[in-house]
Design a protein around this ligand. Sequence first.
Ligand code: ADP
Ligand code: MG
Length: 203
Amino acid sequence: MLLEAKNISFRYRKGPWILKDVTLSVGEGERVGLVGPSGYGKSTLSKILAGYIKPTSGEVLLDGRELQEEGHSPVQLIYQHPEKAINPLWRMKDILNEGWVPDQLTLDSIGIEQGWLERCPGELSGGEMQRFCIARVLGPKTRFLIADEMSTMLDVITQAQIWELMVRIIEDRRMGLIVVTHNKALAEKVCTRIISLPELNKL
Ligand code: ADP
Ligand code: MG
């Protein structure tokens, strides 16, 4: 499996160009760090790679073919603030099972405890919540994960646990991972390869 971004340029409506002629590729089993300071277009590029927004020009290819718009995307995003994307009144079991129903083995391997399933989002720690977010995007069709500042809001011990977990999942499932972060030291710890977006971006 190969995820490619080819000559991606992007601007929001008539705003300034954010991305210009950005080309990159990620293979299965790879953990690629996409680093750069805040405001340099990392989240914008993440959304383009996941198919959430269309590039102004250029294309995103999975094994040489364009991503399909309908259905579950094989490229899934995990955000910094998961609580913003979910209904605070739902039980975690309903949030978890919205897209697909993870089996017990998957839940165990991610360290999700049975007792958390009956709780609402506000009754979980940041690390516990991120475990749910990881489980949610691991449906059978998922081949690539993009973690956009996924651990920025967590303390260092929880960060280390979450990244250890992510590396194991990516290796076990032969998936690809893009670690989007302003924290180069973190990317160097977790990734097999680092890309600097400001260096890649031909603005
Ligand atoms: P990063 O993730 O590297 O911090 P972003 O991709 O979030 O960067 O933002 C890049 C630039 O795009 C910023 O100048 C930001 O203000 C702008 N931007 C982000 N989202 C929007 C939007 N929905 N509409 C207009 N401009 C946006
Ligand atoms: Mg961002």
